[in-house]
Each structure stands twice: as C-alpha cells, then as structure tokens.
Design a protein around this ligand. Structure first.
Ligand code: COA
Length: 315
C-alpha cells in the first residue's frame, strides 16, 4: 500500500517542471498522457468524444485539471482528477476542489488503486481548499473519504397563462460556435453565477466539457448564452450565462415556443423574488431531484435546509 500512495502522483502539463521531492515524478506533454484517454473511456464511455469536442472549442481539459494517477507499464492503471472551481455558496464566493473522473482499469479493480488516487487528489486539494465536491452514482464509495450527500431540488413554476416564444431572436449557438469560440469564452469569462445560493462564476473547462454536446442558445440582444430545452410547453432551464441576467419575463419571450411551466435546474433566486416571477403569475414549488448523479461535499458547503442544485454545466 505504501507503494500505491507514493505512486499516485500529479501529472502536470507543459514545460514547467514541478519538483516533488522523493515522490516518483511523472511529466506529461501534449494534450493527454499516453493511455489516459483509454482509461477514462473504460470508466466513463463517451469521455473521449467530449474531450475531443471540448478541444475543438479551444479547451484543453488536461491543462485545466490536475491528474493523479497510478502509473503502469501499459499506461495509467487508475486516475482521479482535481479542478479548482469558483463556487458561490449563499452569496459568498469560494474556490472548491472538484474531484472527478475517478477510475481504475477494469482488470486492476479491487486492489486499493482508487483509494490511492482519491487520497492523493484530496491531499492536494486540502492544501488549497476548505471544501471538495463531486458528482457520483456511487455515494457509498465516497462516504468513506468524508464526503456527505447534498440534497438537491428543482423548482417548478407553473404559469397561470402560457407565455414566451414571440421574439424569435434566439440563435442556436452549438451549430455556430466553431465560428465564435471567442464569443463563448468571453461570455463565460464575464458571467454571473446563475444563482447566489449555489452557482458557479467564471469557469470554462468544465462548462465546455459538459455542455459541448448540448444545444446552447445565444440570445444576442440579451447578451446571454442559455442552456434550455422546451418540450410540450415545459421549459427545462439549466443555465443562463452572461454578465447581466435578464428577468424571467424577458427571458421567456426568447424561448423557442410558448411556455406553460418552467423547471429551474438550479436555485432560482435571481429569477423568483419571494416566490414571485416579476410580471408573471404562477405557482412555484420545490421538488427533490430524481434519479441520477448525487452531489457530495466534504467540508463547509450549503446549509442543510437549502433548496439548491448544482447547475448542469458542472455536473
Ligand atoms: C469505482 C472504482 C473507481 C473503484 O476502483 P478500485 O480501484 O476497485 O477501488 P479500491 O480497490 O481502491 O477501493 C477503495 C475503497 O472503496 C470501496 N469500493 C470500491 N468500489 C466501490 C463501489 N463501487 N462502491 C462502493 N465502495 C466501493 C472498496 O471496498 C475500498 O474500501 P476500503 O478501502 O475502505 O476497504 C472502479 O470500480 C471504477 O473505475 N469504476 C468505473 C468508474 C466509476 O464508477 N467511478 C466512480 C464513480 S464516479
């Protein structure tokens, strides 16, 4: 086990050499160390496609995140990643460590390798952050490392009258983003968190990795990029990125069709004041998030009774 702990070392990219004392040192150049993409693909099918898509948007994921690996003769045997994330929690900005892509090569599972890389990532994050967060389908695995489940809620706003879908000013960004990578980078670099209760501020790598295959809508007259999906009058709202956020009435006028219900997949404190949606009449209520990845935190995070949800670009 002592060997495993020593072997779980961070990989840094680029030309700068990082001194790690007596710990075995691994230096990697280029977009990804040999074999890492295959390892990640074995644990999380589709990752290679996302990494390539994010790369075409100008994001080199492996430069943004720090990788902790157990090296092996045919490539990495296990991996955990850590990314610093600027998270707004109840109105205050904190940098938290985002632990992700924990994976052991299938033929080496059950031998303590994931423990080695998780502990290495947590040790590194502990030096910089009071809090670590992650998303997982396997909360039992992480509870042994001090993580606890954070209950999450969506908020449904059922409108008295359908509204929206009138201006037709939305352009789909996804189709055109290759021609406008600077536009998205600029928007994300100057954005507000979509919620003061639990939101993420200026951040590009994880947003891009997670949203690069989703339809994104650029609303030029409002200066925001929106992640939303409209089906049968129900608008699932995942994120609104921009330096100034419009009010809900204005936003819905840009929806791709009439809206009878909005489902906020984040705390809607910027859009619903005291449960009221500006000029819109309706009824809002919170519903626990259904099946899917669970948000976990280690260290100070949201209040236990808070009705929050980490927005989709960071899940
Ligand atoms: C989950 C995974 C990373 C475990 O890797 P591993 O190298 O076999 O794990 P380890 O042997 O280091 O086990 C570490 C600890 O977690 C426990 N554990 C391992 N897999 C677990 C699981 N799926 N659920 C709950 N606990 C688990 C082990 O019992 C061990 O506990 P202990 O150290 O307290 O005795 C591996 O199965 C994998 O790559 N799965 C696919 C990707 C994935 O699901 N990643 C994690 C979810 S985000």
């Amino acid at each position: 086990m002592a060997f495993l702990k020593r072997a779980a070392v961070p990989i840094r990219h680029g030309l700068r050499q990082i001194g790690l004392g007596r710990v075995p040192f691994i230096r990697a150049f280029g977009p990804s160390p040999d074999g890492l993409a295959a390892l990640l693909e074995s644990g999380f099918p589709g990752t290679a496609q996302r990494l390539a898509a994010a790369g075409s948007w100008g994001v080199d994921w492996h430069r943004a995140a720090t990788s902790f690996i157990v090296p092996g003769p045919g490539g990495p045997l296990a991996h955990a990643g850590m990314l610093p994330l600027p998270v707004t929690i109840h109105g205050a900005v904190h940098e938290v460590g985002y632990i992700h892509a924990v994976c052991t090569r299938p033929d080496r599972r059950g031998g303590g390798l994931a423990r080695a890389v998780i502990e290495a990532a947590l040790r590194a994050s502990d030096r910089r952050h009071k809090t670590q967060i992650l998303l997982t389908n396997d909360p039992v695995l992480y509870s042994r490392f001090g993580f606890r489940t954070v209950p999450e809620h969506v908020v449904r706003l059922v409108l008295d009258q359908p509204t929206g879908g009138r201006t037709g000013l939305a352009e789909r960004l996804l189709a055109t983003v290759r021609g406008h990578p600077r536009l998205l980078a600029q928007i994300l670099g100057g954005r507000l968190p979509v919620s003061r209760e639990l939101g993420v501020g200026p951040e590009r790598p994880l947003y891009t990795l997670n949203e690069c295959l989703s339809p994104l809508w650029w609303l030029p007259d409002l200066g925001v990029v929106v992640s939303w999906e409209l089906e049968n009058g129900v608008l699932a709202l995942y994120d609104v990125a921009g330096p100034v956020l419009p009010d809900l009435d204005t936003l819905l006028r840009h929806a791709p069709g009439p809206v009878s219900e909005v489902v906020f997949h984040f705390s809607p404190d910027r859009f619903l004041k005291d449960g009221q949606a500006g000029g819109l009449a309706g009824t809002a209520y919170a519903v626990p998030v259904g099946p899917g990845p669970v948000l976990m935190a280690r260290g100070p995070f949201t209040r236990a009774d808070a009705l929050v949800m980490l927005p989709r670009p960071w899940r």
